[in-house]
Write a protein that binds this ligand. Structure first.
Ligand code: NAD
Length: 446
């Protein structure tokens, strides 16, 4: 649901009033609709390298309305700035300032996407400086854009090109309404792996996915989104949430598994259920999570231990079981739900932030283990998402937390689900070890 303030200032009198008083002016974001095109107008591919030419050709093959040069006054739905051959910071000026000339022509809810190379893989300091410069530039631009427009970047590792399957997959995600609440972020394509789907409407067809904590909130949204994308669902939650879990399972025509994920045999229970009911599993989404907030000075063992047990220890134990199982093979995917609290910290959440920071650490160290099975592991870190949990925050605190991001509004559970669905897809096969923030570019903290 769009919050009342955003609805009020999106049109007519409310819009004028907000403008006059200098109040935040969030707009209703363009989100994924199955019948809508990827982008609804011209896409400018800026850059003069071979990689830019090849990328433009690939996007033309998707029937996008591609421009290689700006047409004065023409409204653009996206600018893709290809900077894949930077050797020195001096190389930035010409392409960046040329793209800057088109910024005023961006349509509402437009996309600005950079495609460049990772600084870590640069051979010399000048190239690394130029590549890292893209990071600062892009994140700053994301804070300057208005009217629902976002800026995100795709980073190419040594083994990735501008037309690698996961480069195109990430571009498709960023261009689309699926990335509505992702802003100021980068996705690194570390290999040429991955495969674009045969049916763009059903990228998860033939996959069986497990989602924990699926009885409500973000987990239920993940289940619905994976189902929409063609997956067969196993939804997991504690027995106490059994009724809600059954409703979600019915809705997504999947099966329900009542299970406390902190049980020592949780991994095996999940595998047994998947084998008995669905012939194995392809996608594991670790979404279940709890908060037990207290300042560290007042923290007690109960609060500390329960949060660490659900949010990270259970994931570690389940992953161990999955990695040892012959039924989690092919091109398996693990996607965990982290949190911006685990990246930037949050007052009263030392236990929660330790567990969510832990998710990030676990994800990075699990990359080679999953690669051995042809799989990937990634995380999504939500910021302020409109759920029952955030609805309970006192009004004034909630209103501040909700507005303090570049898009000046809270995200929806579906926004987190869209990022997870992309990372779970074959198109993301060249992306592993990433923590993608879905936070509208939180302005506080890291
Ligand atoms: P929620 O409390 O609405 O739902 C969490 C679900 O997990 C519940 O259905 C609960 O029963 C289940 N669960 C809890 N412990 C479990 C256990 N031991 N075994 C099985 N299931 C268990 O929370 P939400 O807001 O939907 O959050 C989902 C995830 O997103 C969590 O990991 C949370 O930390 C994370 N997150 C949420 C936000 C937000 O703004 N809502 C922000 C950042 C991160």
């Amino acid at each position: 649901m769009t919050d009342n303030y955003t609805r009020f200032v999106s049109r007519g009198f409310g819009k004028d009033l907000a403008q006059r008083l200098g109040l935040p002016q969030p707009v209703i974001l363009r989100r994924h609709r199955p019948d809508a095109p990827l982008v609804d107008g011209p896409v400018l591919v800026q850059g003069s390298t071979r990689g830019a030419d090849e990328l433009a050709a690939a996007l033309l093959a998707w029937n996008l309305d591609v421009r290689r040069h700006a047409v004065p006054k023409e409204k653009l739905c996206a600018i893709i700035l290809v900077l894949d051959e930077l050797a020195h910071p001096d190389d930035l000026a010409e392409p960046v300032l040329t793209a800057a000339g088109s910024l005023r022509d961006l349509a509402p809810n437009a996309r600005f996407i950079s495609v460049s190379r990772t600084a870590a893989s640069a051979a010399d300091p000048a190239a690394a400086a130029a590549r890292q410069g893209v990071d600062g530039l892009l994140r700053s631009l994301a804070k300057e854009l208005r009217a629902g427009a976002t800026a995100n970047g795709v980073l190419l590792g040594d083994d990735a090109e501008t037309t690698s399957p996961s480069t195109l997959g990430a571009l498709g995600f960023f261009l689309s309404g699926r990335s509505a609440f992702v802003d100021g972020q980068f996705l690194t394509v570390s290999s040429g792996g991955g495969r674009l789907p045969d049916d763009a409407a059903k990228p998860l067809a033939g996959k069986t996915a497990v989602v924990t904590g699926a009885a409500r909130g973000i987990g239920a949204a993940i289940a619905r989104t994976l189902y929409r994308d063609g997956a067969t669902l196993i939804v997991v939650d504690v027995p106490a949430a059994g009724d809600h879990l059954a409703e979600v399972a019915n809705e997504v025509r999947g099966t329900a598994l009542q299970l406390d994920i902190t049980r020592p045999d949780a991994g095996q229970r999940i595998i047994d259920h998947a084998v008995e009911r669905h012939h194995g599993l392809d996608i594991m989404v670790h979404n279940a999570g709890i908060t037990r907030d207290k300042l560290l000075a007042n923290m007690d063992p109960g609060r500390w231990n329960s949060v660490l047990a659900v949010n990270i220890a259970a994931q570690l134990r389940i992953n161990e079981a999955l990695l040892a199982s012959a039924h989690f093979r092919g091109s398996p995917r693990i996607v965990s739900v982290a949190s911006t609290s685990g990246i930037a910290g949050n007052r009263g959440q030392t236990n929660y932030a330790a567990s969510k920071g832990g998710v990030t650490g676990m994800v990075r160290a699990t990359v080679p283990l999953m690669a051995a099975h042809g799989g990937t592991v990634n995380a999504v870190a939500p910021g302020f998402i409109e759920t029952d949990m955030t609805a309970r925050i006192p009004f004034a605190t909630r209103e501040v937390a909700r507005r303090l991001n570049s898009l000046q509004q809270g995200g929806r559970p579906g926004d987190v689900a869209e990022a997870i669905a992309f990372l779970a897809s074959d198109a993301a096969g060249g992306i592993s070890g990433e923590v993608l923030r879905v936070c509208g570019q939180n302005l506080v903290g890291a």
